[in-house]
Design a protein around this ligand. Sequence first.
Ligand code: NAD
Ligand code: MG
Length: 383
Amino acid sequence: MKKKQIAILGSTGSIGTQALEVIAEHPDLYEVYALTANNRVELLIKQALKFQPEVVVIANESKYTQLKEALENQPIKVYAGAEALAQVVEAQPIDIVLTAMVGYAGLKPTISAIRARKTIALANKETLVVAGKLINELAQQYKTPILPVDSEHSAVFQCLAGEIGNPIEKVILTASGGPFRTCTLEQLAYVTKTEALKHPNWEMGAKITIDSASMMNKGFEVIEAKWLFGVQPQQIEVVVHPQSVIHSMVQFEDGAIKAQLGMPDMRLPIQYAFSYPDRIQSSFERLDFTKCTDLTFEQPDTKRFRNLALAYEALHQAGNMPCIVNAANEVVVAAFLHDEVGFLEMSDIIEKTMNKVAYIEHPTYDDYVATDAEARRVAQLLI
Ligand code: NAD
Ligand code: MG
């Protein structure tokens, strides 16, 4: 059987490196065709030497020379810049593009990959938050499958296997609640980035870890679920489940609920997106029910975690509103990581930005680009 050729956008990140572990475990099934990163050139070089891709791209052009020189004696093409990144996914041999880069920057290469009819293994949820409608239309037009990598959406996707034609009544996304689940509003005002960066269950990149602490991540996942599964906002429910054993659930018309369970390990959803519709062997740790004796559930509190309510609001308003929220969120998270804003101020600034940037009901791609730039400008001024 021909090995699947995989391009990884963001190979040096948390998802990217775990994807390479999956590939290394199945050299008979998968081969790396392209690796890309933003800044971490040393790690990219190490990965390129080990996995021998056809091509590597570094988004930050100032790192090009270092990359090029290190790979001089290798049969590997080396490029730099955002344009090259969007082009590399179109290469004919590529079967799957894993979008594991963080933020709005994922939108453009994802669109290129869809147009080139590559199966998308989608980790970059911001793409669907910003432009879910456009992405779905393109995916339909080019008949490109979009397979979820986000653990909650992979869980829902796994629950939907064999359910063709059976309507979904409800999608129930589980949330760990993050490190501040039990904090009061007064305490939340003073939490630090160091505390926010300590997620109880998952090891992830800095941006999504802050989003998890602020529940914006769950808000984004609600939006992501709408576009992936074609459900209405009122059909998407969030339940806090601190143990992160149930990765999410689907409720059907007869009231039956299916759930997918397992250890919190992103390699499983990554591998499932690669192997779909098959399941393949893995060495990942197995869930041991003698060790998880109390699975608990709580309602999310949108008074303390306003971002979740803001994301639902953006989803209801639709148009370019989720794009505004995403841009403002990227700005405030970066500011929080630089100690420039407090934890609760992040939601204040996002809400104000939502009210200030012009609303567009039916945005085009260019409208999204303009909205993103304008929302960033507004949010930055508010800091
Ligand atoms: P990360 O910060 O660990 O890695 C990000 C990767 O993207 C790096 O390789 C970086 O070089 C690259 N990158 C960043 N900015 C870029 C730019 N402007 N241009 C090109 N490349 C750029 O992030 P992560 O935790 O691996 O998350 C990646 C994506 O997957 C995010 O959208 C996140 O929401 C999603 N996701 C992550 C997890 C997780 O467990 N880490 C789970 C679900 C979804
Ligand atoms: Mg998730």
